[in-house]
Design a protein around this ligand. Structure first.
Ligand code: SF4
Length: 165
């Protein structure tokens, strides 16, 4: 059974994108490596943002932590999403949990060249705490969450599984 300590950034991202995706991912279903947009994200990390040093927190791995205590996350999507913000918030939560000071997170959107700054406030900490509880609840559920409307599955790398099985 998964516990709060096992929850990483990808779990939180999938919780927001689709709880069913989180449930499948936690059971070892990983079609992401076949997805072109995921491959693009990996390539971006290895080239454009090569000066960044990933920080491995065990269950979570963030792209960069700077000298002013800001977490940096690189996004290849065009627009900010709630999932992006939740994932960044989770990384801040993980750092504070081990005693590392955190001012907040900065999301870098490669396509638009925009950034979004998310200060890490006590409210954000509570929010991140609640997200972890929700992720544990979804993962430990004996049955998979239902599919959303098919339109919401556009571009999801799990689509073949969810709609053809
Ligand atoms: S294909 Fe749809 S239902 Fe399946 S994980 Fe993706 S978003 Fe969720």
């Amino acid at each position: 059974m998964i516990t709060r300590e096992d929850i990483g950034g990808v779990h939180i991202k999938y919780l927001y994108h689709c709880p069913r995706q989180l449930w499948l991912y936690a059971r070892g279903f990983r079609p992401e490596h076949l997805n072109e947009s995921v491959q693009l994200g990996t390539a971006l990390h290895e080239t454009t943002y090569s000066r960044y040093s990933p920080v491995d927190l065990g269950a979570a791995r963030l792209d960069h932590y700077d000298g002013q205590a800001w977490v940096h996350e690189i996004k290849h999507s065009a627009r900010p999403t709630a999932a992006d913000r939740a994932q960044a918030r989770h990384y801040c939560h993980q750092l504070t949990r081990i005693g590392v000071p955190v001012e907040g997170a900065i999301l870098h959107y490669y396509q638009s060249r925009r950034t979004q700054r998310l200060p890490y406030t006590p409210e954000q900490h509570t929010h991140a705490d609640n997200d972890i509880d929700r992720a544990v609840e979804v993962i430990n559920s004996p049955t998979s969450p239902p599919r959303p409307d098919r339109a919401r599955c556009h571009g999801c790398s799990y689509r073949d599984y969810c709609w053809n099985s």
